[in-house]
Structures are given as structure tokens and as C-alpha cells.
Design a protein around this ligand. Structure first.
Ligand code: EPZ
Length: 428
């Protein structure tokens, strides 16, 4: 099993180009189930999660292809198995995104309930509520969601309907995506109220409309979908990964370096940039790049609460905590999306950080320096936070179970090495 060995203390310097967004490419690959023609994504990132989704789609009978440059294709033609087993879904929660396309195109689906993950229960009650509102009959049996469109055997389509998808923590991203994808092939009009406004939802809408769907309201919490008979193929380049971009900017910040992130959308990062500016960092930005300038002093303490987009993203919460561990004061981070998303906290304590939990918040008392130690990754974004901390900790930090990080960051060790970080990938 791979692990990283990191020697701290070197400021990162240089530029890094972000890849296609993981949380756009995964649902868009699932959207390939909606058409018998080819859906091609020329800029898919080379991530293990993409491989996992392609494996699932292939097991369902789709033709899939992944080129050396990362481009991927999916074509759902012929006999498609409208089932996603527990073995697939437990590997990656985003597999749940096949549910909506299966119901929309085939009138039935049998998808394993995803279960929880290390940072929370992560229910899918809104996915179920939304599909039921469109006219599907849903049953939960033996750990599976079974969805059936009445009369689908004789060609009946999902009727369509209107639904509010908000949850106590705000909109649901993949819940919006599932209901949206099913609605594209419904008989009539559907309206989703309280839809997620994340850029990845907008990107999915753009892709679906290029396949022939009729969706309006992109970027707003109200989506209107006029059902169509069928969808065609498309070639769709996904948006850049805003979380990857934010992670590299925070890695530049924590090491006191100068890092330019290229190929990103600065407008997707307003909240994290605002938080880092409050911490005293200075940025320059252009149409598709952001550069953070070196800061010699410790960051100023900043209180952060995660929110649905365009608020501070929960997927950058762990990385911000690592940065605030070195602030010249006390910060409070509150995760309103996933109140228990603090697996990284205990590992940061191993590096000498002074942080304590208080309900859905973490109180971070900044200290001048961290000291290297072996730490264990637990989830995708926590792993990135531990790599960041290792880049600034005195001495050597080893980060174990880096398969977590490979799920969402393409060869992060090589790219940090190109920025001057002393990091190597070893096997234990
Ligand atoms: C997406 O997960 C992302 N994953 C997550 O990124 C991200 O953290 C999350 O959105 C929030 O932004 C993908 O897009 C593949 P939600 P998702 O449904 O869709 C509650 C990463 O690191 N909720 O938007 O599963 C839920 O408990 C991953 O890349 C319900 O109550 O998240 C949470 O509090 C981690 N009922 C809130 O909504 C539901 O039916 C937001 O969850 C669904 C969600």
C-alpha cells in the first residue's frame, strides 16, 4: 500500500494546472445511461473514482473507453442491466448517480443504498423523495432502492412532477442531479425547487442540454425540465476542479510560497479566497488563473462556516483547518454540511496542532509550527489537509492510506514535487 514521505519547510513555488472536476465528471458519466449514443468527455481527470464509475457502467452493459490522455467515452446501447450492486456502490457513493438516469431511460432501477461514510450518515431520502414526486414507485428492500415507473413494460414514461429538495443542511448536490437526470426523459414538465447551485450541477445541465434535454434555471435554485422522448450523444469538456484549485492555493499559503493555479475559474472560489484574504494572503487573478503571493508572517485567525455554494465549501474545510493550525490566534471552523467531518482533527493533533471539537465546530488555537509524525488519511479531503500540514511541519511526516487521496487528486505527489515540495510516494 502506498504512503507519502514528506520533508517539511520548503515554500512551494511555480504553477500547477488543475484538471477536470471530479464531482462533475462522475454524474456526467452516469448521464451517459440516458442515451444510446456516445457521450465523450475529452478532459476527464485520471482519478481512481473515474475508473470506479467506468467499471460500474461497464458492468451494467455500457461500452466504456478511457484514452491515455484521460478522455473517456460511455455508450449505453443494447441490453443494459438497470442494477448497481452493493459491491460497486460501497466503493464510491457517487455510484448513486446512476439511479436517476436508469429510472428516466428504462423505467426501473435497483441500486444499493450507499450506507454512511467516515464523516457522516449521508442519507439519500431526498433522492427518493424527488424520484417519487416524478412518479416512480420506490421500495427499500434488503439494502436496495428499487424504483419502478408504473406501466414501463408497455412503454409508459416517468410522468414528471414538482418537488422541493431542500434538506436541513441546505440543497443536495447529487440528489438534485439524480432527479434532474430522471426528469429529462419524463413525459411532461418537472420543476425542482431548492435545487443545488454548485457549479458541477450547472455543468451537468450544460451537458444534458447538449444531449438534447430542455432544462432551464441553471445556477438558480429552481430548475424547470421539459421532458423529451430521447437524448443523443455529446462531447462535453467538464469544468475545472475548484476543490483541487483551492487545495493547491492553500498548499501555497501554508508553505509561505508563491503558487499560480492555471486553468481554473476564479469565480468558483470566491468564498475560499475571501477567507484566505482575511487571513492576510494576497492574490492576483486573471480569467483562468489565480496566484497567491508569499506571506512571511503567520496567517491571521479566521472563523469559517461551511455553506452550500457559493459559501465556503465543506470540501475545503479540512485544508483550511490545517492552515489555521499555524495562525497567530484562535479560529473557529464550523461544518454545517457535515457536522462530523473532522477525521483529520486527530491526525493534525499528532503533528502538534492545538485543536478541540465542540459539537459541529472545531476550535483551533494557532501555534508557530507543527512537527512531523506518521499520520493516517481517512477521506479524500482530510488526506489533502495532512499533506499540506506535512509540507510545513518540521522534520518528516508520513501520510498513510493515500489511496484515499488518489480518488480525487491526480498524482498530487508529482505535482507538489514540481512545485518544489519534498514528497515521495513509497510502498509499505
Ligand atoms: C456532494 O456529495 C459531493 N460529492 C461531496 O464531495 C460534497 O462534500 C457534497 O456534495 C457537499 O457539497 C459529489 O458530488 C460526488 P449532498 P453529496 O447530498 O451530493 C444532506 C468530495 O470530497 N442530505 O449535497 O452526497 C447531507 O447529509 C465529496 O469530493 C440529506 O439530508 O452531498 C448533507 O448534510 C465528499 N438527504 C447535505 O444534505 C439527502 O437525500 C449535503 O449533501 C441528501 C443529502
Amino acid at each position: 500500500m502506498d504512503y507519502f514521505s514528506i520533508s517539511g519547510g520548503d515554500p512551494l513555488r511555480g504553477s500547477v494546472r488543475v484538471r477536470g472536476a471530479k464531482n462533475a465528471v462522475l454524474p456526467i458519466l452516469a448521464a451517459g445511461l440516458l442515451s444510446e449514443e456516445t457521450l465523450r468527455i475529452p478532459n476527464a481527470p485520471k482519478l481512481s473514482d473515474v475508473k470506479t464509475m467506468l467499471t460500474l457502467l461497464e458492468a451494467m452493459g455500457c461500452r466504456v473507453q478511457r484514452d491515455d490522455d484521460g478522455a473517456v467515452e460511455v455508450e449505453a446501447k443494447g441490453d443494459i442491466i438497470w442494477e448497481a450492486t452493493w459491491d460497486h456502490v460501497r466503493q464510491m457513493r457517487a455510484s448513486i448517480c446512476v439511479l436517476g438516469p436508469l429510472v428516466g431511460r428504462f423505467g426501473r432501477a435497483k441500486v444499493s443504498l450507499p450506507g454512511g461514510c467516515v464523516f457522516g450518515v449521508r442519507p439519500i431520502d431526498m433522492h427518493i423523495k424527488g424520484l417519487a414526486a416524478l412518479g416512480a414507485k420506490i421500495t427499500l428492500e434488503e439494502g436496495f432502492i428499487e424504483a419502478v415507473v408504473p406501466g414501463h413494460e408497455s412503454g409508459a414514461r416517468l410522468p414528471g412532477g414538482e418537488v422541493f429538495l431542500g434538506t436541513p443542511a441546505g440543497p443536495t448536490v447529487t440528489g438534485t442531479m439524480n432527479v434532474l437526470m430522471a426528469a429529462t426523459l419524463a413525459e411532461g414538465r418537472s420543476v425542482i425547487h431548492g435545487a443545488a447551485c454548485e457549479p458541477e450541477v450547472g455543468d451537468l445541465i450544460k451537458c444534458l442540454n447538449s444531449m438534447g434535454a430542455r432544462i432551464s434555471g441553471e445556477g438558480s435554485p429552481t430548475l424547470i425540465i421539459e421532458g423529451v422522448e430521447r437524448l443523443g450523444g455529446a462531447t462535453h469538456a467538464v469544468i475545472p476542479d475548484r476543490i483541487e484549485a483551492g487545495t493547491y492555493l492553500m498548499a501555497g499559503a501554508i508553505t509561505g510560497g508563491r503558487v499560480r493555479v492555471e486553468g481554473c475559474v476564479p469565480g468558483h472560489l470566491s468564498a475560499p479566497i475571501d477567507a484566505m484574504e482575511s487571513a492576510g494572503y494576497v492574490f492576483e487573478m486573471g480569467e483562468d488563473w489565480i496566484e497567491i503571493a508569499p506571506r512571511r508572517e503567520r496567517p491571521r485567525p479566521v472563523d469559517v462556516t461551511t455553506q452550500p455554494y457559493p459559501g465556503f465549501p465543506t470540501d475545503l474545510q479540512a485544508q483550511m483547518m490545517a492552515l489555521m493550525a499555524l495562525a497567530d490566534g484562535t479560529s473557529v471552523i464550523t461544518d454545517r454540511i457535515y457536522p462530523d467531518r473532522y477525521m483529520h482533527l486527530a491526525e493534525l493533533l499528532r503533528l502538534g496542532a492545538h485543536i478541540r471539537r465542540q459539537g459541529s465546530s472545531a476550535i483551533i488555537e494557532g501555534i508557530p509550527s507543527l512537527s512531523g509524525a506518521p499520520v493516517t488519511a481517512s477521506d479524500l479531503r482530510a488526506s489533502a489537509a495532512l499533506v499540506m500540514a506535512g509540507l510545513v511541519a518540521k522534520g518528516t511526516t508520513t501520510v498513510h492510506r493515500v489511496y484515499h487521496i488518489d480518488r480525487g487528486y491526480q498524482r498530487i505527489d508529482e505535482r507538489i514535487g514540481e512545485l518544489g515540495g519534498r514528497i515521495s510516494r513509497l510502498s509499505e
